[in-house]
Structure formats: structure tokens, C-alpha cells
Design a protein around this ligand. Structure first.
Ligand code: SF4
Length: 249
């Protein structure tokens, strides 16, 4: 009898807790993304403020002279550091000065030219395919819409966002690379692990006029402070609002 009473009281408590849950948290639970705590607007503003203070001038670390070179560098940067890409492109860009030069290059020679960046066979196919399409279908100019960029071989949303944001100042989305994936998890801005879903989550909680800078700032923070293996939480100005299980303080 006592057991049944206890059970009924627990059920009443559970029902009342569900009733009092805010519409926001119910929405969050329904879409399976960040908990209300993580994406609370005040907390998101505090994260943006902290990133602004730490990295007011964050920008793309890939050296480039124009949108086309940035596209090639971004393709080369897959599974490779920006530093290594910059070393390779320092001799690559003078040798192949435009889209036409890449489009009709000798594939075996290009493979060797970009070999230090890794995955050089696939990257050669992507670079030559994208360059050919740019020459033959876009009059030699890098297209300026997400839809058109996604038609280029080897170009997915991450690369398209880098080119549109950095080369053209067009905020079409948020760059989600390995750093952004890790940091959005640690900062509880998204519960998702799929880059496309993380991007959708970030586009909902970050103001559009911050998308370009926010991507660069998060990447800089991931490289300098919130590193994968041992985040330097003692040096992190977001430490006060971070409750990641990876924290080292
Ligand atoms: S406190 Fe640590 S885990 Fe949290 S964002 Fe800063 S460096 Fe990353």
C-alpha cells in the first residue's frame, strides 16, 4: 500500500515537471538539439562577446590573392594544416596562375606539386574538375552563390562557406570544420555531430551578421586555446561559462 502511494506521488511530480517545462526547452528537446541552458540567448551573447575580446580580427589563415586561389587552398586544406597548404601554394600559384592553368594541367605533375598536402590524387581530381567547370561554365570566375559553388567537384558547404564569406563577404552559412565541430560540442551550442546539422543549429542561434567572423573566431580559439587533446582552460576567457566535461580546470 505504502509502495503504491509512493509510486503515485512520483508520477504526479513527473507530470507536473513536464507541465512546467518552458516552451523553449520543449522545442529544444523535440528537435534534439542543444539544451535550453547551452543556447540561452544571454549565454550565446556572452560567448560572442568573449570571442570578440579574444579575437577581434580573426580571419582566414589560408594565403590567397583572389577568390579562385582561396577555393584551391580550401580544397587543399582538407586533412592538412593551413601552414602546410601555405607552403605548397607559395610555389603552386605562380606555376598555375589561373583557373585555365589548373583545368588543363598535367594531372600526374599536379599530383606531385600538391603531394605534401595529402590525399593528392583526389585533390587533383577536385581541383582540375572545379577549375574546368569554372572555365567552361562560369566564364573563368568563381561563382558567388552557394547553389552554384556546390556544383563544383570537391566543393561541399564548408568550402563554399569559406569562399563566400572570406572572398566575397557573403554570409551564406557557418563554416563547420573540425575545430567548430569540437567547440560547439564543448560550449553546448549543439548536441549534433553531423556538420550539416551543427551548421543549421548555429545559423539559428548566431545572428547572421556574425556568421563570417564567428566561424573564424571559433577556429582560432580551437587552434590556440581549446585544443582537441589538452584544452588550455586556464587561459580561456570563456571558462566561466563553459561546463564541458573536457575542461582541464
Ligand atoms: S574552458 Fe576549456 S573546454 Fe571550455 S571552451 Fe575554454 S578551453 Fe575549451
Amino acid at each position: 500500500m505504502a509502495g503504491t502511494k509512493k509510486k503515485k506521488s512520483a508520477l504526479r511530480k513527473f507530470a507536473s515537471a513536464r507541465k512546467s517545462a518552458s516552451p523553449g526547452s520543449q522545442r529544444d528537446a523535440a528537435r534534439g538539439t542543444a539544451a535550453g541552458k547551452g543556447i540561452d540567448p544571454g549565454r550565446v551573447r556572452a560567448i560572442l562577446k568573449g570571442l570578440d575580446e579574444a579575437y577581434p580580427a580573426a580571419t582566414c589563415a589560408l594565403r590567397h590573392g583572389n577568390a579562385f586561389q582561396l577555393l584551391i587552398s580550401t580544397i587543399l586544406s582538407a586533412q592538412c594544416t593551413d601552414e602546410r597548404v601555405n607552403i605548397v601554394t607559395a610555389t603552386l600559384f605562380p606555376k598555375y596562375p589561373n583557373a585555365k592553368a589548373f583545368a588543363y594541367a598535367n594531372p600526374a605533375e599536379l599530383e606531385q606539386d600538391i603531394r605534401p598536402t595529402g590525399f593528392f590524387r583526389n585533390k587533383t581530381k577536385s581541383i582540375m574538375g572545379a577549375s574546368k567547370k569554372i572555365v567552361e561554365e562560369f566564364h573563368g570566375e568563381v561563382p558567388q552563390t552557394m547553389e552554384q559553388l556546390l556544383t563544383l567537384p570537391g566543393v561541399a558547404r564548408k568550402t563554399a562557406n569559406v569562399v563566400l564569406g572570406t572572398a566575397f563577404g557573403i554570409a551564406s552559412g557557418v563554416v563547420v570544420d573540425t575545430h567548430v565541430m569540437r567547440l560547439t560540442g564543448r560550449l553546448d551550442l549543439s548536441k549534433n555531430t553531423d556538420p550539416k546539422k551543427i551548421e543549421q543549429d548555429l545559423m539559428q542561434i548566431i545572428p547572421r551578421d556574425r556568421w563570417i567572423l564567428f566561424s573564424h573566431q571559433l577556429i582560432w580559439h580551437g587552434r590556440r586555446v581549446c585544443q582537441a587533446r589538452k584544452p588550455k582552460c586556464l587561459e580561456c576567457n570563456l571558462e566561466r561559462i563553459c561546463y564541458s566535461k573536457d575542461k582541464t580546470v
